[in-house]
Design a protein. Structure first.
Length: 450
């Protein structure tokens, strides 16, 4: 089965990078070569991870990275998006782990040798545990520590990076980790969530200053996840509930980054839930960016309720869903991009994550995943439709290169376009990877690159 895209010409151009993405804790392993992160601690908490697993080995990418980069190249991608493990770089004593830095520098050199663009995410959720012990993201000092770490990394990586992302999905770090506790560090309380979010965004602003100084010619921005919220009925109450969900979960992050202001719901929060905003914070958070990264997986329907003002409903029984139970609805990605385009003066947009978990099985040495093939086809077409309507989208990344540690799900869910046998660490490209390879090969041929 092939992916035959009938899309905006820019997706078929070598000027539009198509890549694949991963993150450090989910694939690297090599636990003995770094400090503990909040995810190591969370994994050791009984019941926190569904299958009781951890990231000590994961996909053993730390030892197999050369083969994995070769695979990215063989599959025909233009770019590789990966994250740096903060606990692998900065030791608890504050010194730099030179071996950790060398690992990433070697990887970056290999990408350059392969002609692959390097998209580097500086934080993908794996906060050093020694900083969590001092209060974690609800502590303003964590943002300052992040700035120091970014300074070290961006100096060491000079000349090898095409694009930086300061943070990946601060919503997940703040809300899932510090408000409802289903992700590391597992704290529960509304008094933590917005405070953590503010310091994450402050860390982004501080990092942007450093990147402008240390890597002025490198494209830099932030990656946010978005869930488009739809009212479950035509009632005014449900429409208001959908707007409230959007304000809390989407606009709380994108609005201060793009405008220097939080949504008006800031003023309705109880005092103990409000972030501690210092003079100059919002101007720092509003630092000019070269792009906005958009991660999209699904949409949600919302109904009004008396407790928080909104309740997010599970997908209807007759709707197609991924193995995560998330509705498959490509048009919501187009709608999201158009809404952002209407609401904000957007910088260029990158689709930095898009993909789905399937119940993949290795049968006779192959993994057939036709639903994922269709998912990618339809979502890339949705991106093209948004582009045709005026949204400046400049890149697209499939999540994920490899099956990997899927956070609180452990190894139960497979998002990869490449199947990983966790017992042998064998990598087997699924049919989705092979379909993408055929399309990318044709695309390069049509652009005279073969």
């Amino acid at each position: 089965m092939t992916i035959n895209l009938t899309v905006n010409q820019r997706l078929n151009s070598n000027l539009f990078p198509v890549g694949v993405a991963t993150s450090s804790f989910q694939i690297e392993g090599a636990r003995d070569g770094r400090e503990a992160s909040i995810w190591d601690t969370f994994c050791a908490t009984p019941g926190a991870v569904k299958d009781g697993s951890d990231g000590n080995i994961a996909c053993d990418h730390f030892h197999r990275w050369q083969d994995d980069i070769e695979l990215v190249s063989l599959l025909g991608f233009d770019a590789y998006r990966f994250s740096v493990s903060w606990p692998r770089i900065i030791k608890a004593c504050g010194s730099v782990n030179q071996a950790g830095l060398a690992f990433y520098v070697d990887l970056l050199k290999a990408l350059k040798d392969k002609g692959l663009k390097a998209y580097v995410t500086l934080y993908h959720w794996d906060l050093p545990q020694y900083l969590e012990d001092k209060g974690g993201w609800p502590n303003r000092d964590t943002a300052l520590a992040f700035a120091d770490y970014v300074d070290v990394v961006s100096k060491a990586f000079n000349g090898y990076v095409d694009c930086y992302a300061t943070l990946n999905e601060p919503f997940c770090s703040a809300y899932l980790g510090y408000e409802i506790g289903v992700h590391a560090p597992g704290k529960v309380g509304k008094q933590f969530g917005k405070k953590a979010a503010h310091h994450l965004l402050l860390a982004h602003g501080m990092a942007m200053q450093i990147l402008r100084r240390n890597a002025p010619d490198v494209t830099s921005g932030i990656v946010l996840n978005f869930t488009p919220y739809y009212a479950s009925t035509d009632s005014e109450a449900d429409a208001a509930a959908a707007k409230l969900a959007h304000d809390h979960h989407n606009d709380w992050y994108v609005k201060p980054v793009l405008t220097g202001c939080y949504p008006d719901i800031l003023h309705t929060l109880p005092e103990n839930e409000k972030p501690d905003i210092h003079d100059g914070d919002l101007a720092l958070i509003n630092a000019p960016m070269d792009y906005l990264g958009v991660n999209y997986y699904t949409r949600s329907f919302v109904t009004s309720c008396n407790n928080d003002g909104f309740s997010i409903l599970p997908p209807a029984a007759d709707t197609p869903v991924s193995a995560m139970g998330w509705e498959i609805f490509p048009n919501a990605l187009r709608d999201l991009l158009l809404q952002l385009h209407r609401d904000y003066d957007l910088p260029p947009v990158q689709i930095t994550e898009n993909g789905m978990a399937c119940d993949d099985a290795l049968i006779n040495g192959e993994v057939a995943d036709p639903v994922r093939v269709q998912y990618l086809q339809d979502h890339m077409n949705a991106v093209a439709e948004a582009m045709e309507a005026g949204v400046d989208v400049t890149a697209y990344f499939v999540w994920s290169l490899l099956d990997n540690f899927e956070w609180a799900e452990g190894y139960l869910k497979r998002f990869g376009i490449v199947y990983v046998d966790y017992d042998t660490q064998q990598r087997i490209p699924k049919r989705s990877a092979l379909a993408l390879q055929r399309w990318l090969t044709r695309r390069k041929a049509s652009n005279g690159e073969m």
